[in-house]
Design a protein around this ligand. Structure first.
Ligand code: SAM
Length: 226
């Protein structure tokens, strides 16, 4: 884990609160609507964290499980994947029923969780520190499953992608092109400078190179490129 994320769970920061509000606001109507299908729902938090911040604020697992508990008549199971804090997570969500905790990397376990879920409604919440785990090929496989439905809520650090893309192509990235909120909200996935191949794996193609070249040529500013 990158040292820069060591204090992530000490205290909930403003951008985590915004992410939580988005998750909560999304899940309430989602479960209301999806329960009409009368099919089982499988909720997966793929980068679950500790479940709770050290200051006592709920993390994404508890936010989701509290909402799920308001739908006692729906058949909802949940799974939480976490690489570094599985034990804390286990402790923090042990009072909730029908939960499974997987200790390891999302990239290694997500497919196993999704097999034999045909005809079910799947919801995947993806909230990584950076972009490196977000290989597009993982998402592409999901269309081959015969789910009743699948929804993905993805926190994609598009600003981080543009910055890495500029690095990889030796293009100067002008920080003043983006505002302080975006810069401060950035999280780090701990990896060194990313290669062109890694970035294409994330983007699902190399179309991003043209965008960066146009940014370099002044055709786009940072926001448009993003
Ligand atoms: C941004 S935090 C998630 C915060 C959580 N969504 C919340 O609101 O409480 C990212 C989490 O993913 C974990 N992690 C890092 N790499 C991972 C990977 N490849 N697979 C699964 N979890 C990973 C980290 O240990 C960290 O707890």
């Amino acid at each position: 884990m990158s040292k820069k994320n060591d204090d992530f769970f000490e205290k909930k920061k403003v951008w985590s609160e915004i992410k939580d509000q988005l998750l909560g606001c999304y899940l309430v109507p989602y479960f209301s609507k999806i329960s009409m299908t009368k099919k089982p729902v499988y909720y997966i938090d793929a980068f679950a964290g500790k479940g709770k911040f050290d200051d006592g604020s709920p993390g994404s697992p508890i936010i989701a499980l509290d909402i799920i508990s308001k739908f006692p008549n729906s058949k909802i199971c949940s799974a939480f994947i976490e690489l570094n804090y599985a034990n804390d997570l286990m402790e923090n969500i042990k009072r909730y029923p029908n939960t499974k905790i997987v200790e390891g990397r999302y990239e290694d376990y997500i497919e196993n969780l999704l097999v034999s879920r045909a005809e079910q409604n799947i919801f995947v919440y993806i909230d990584p520190y950076g972009i490196k785990s977000l290989k597009f090929s993982i998402f592409e496989k999901w269309k081959n499953h015969k789910f009743n439905s699948i929804e993905i809520l993805l926190n994609f650090n598009s600003f981080g992608f543009i910055r890495e893309a500029c690095n990889a192509l030796n293009v100067r990235f002008n920080l003043s092109d983006l505002d302080d909120v975006l810069i401060n909200a950035e999280q780090f996935d701990g990896s060194e400078r990313k290669s062109i191949n890694e970035l294409s794996e994330v983007a699902g193609g190399d179309y991003w190179k043209d965008i960066i070249e146009d940014y370099k040529a002044g055709i786009f500013d940072g926001y448009e490129a993003e």
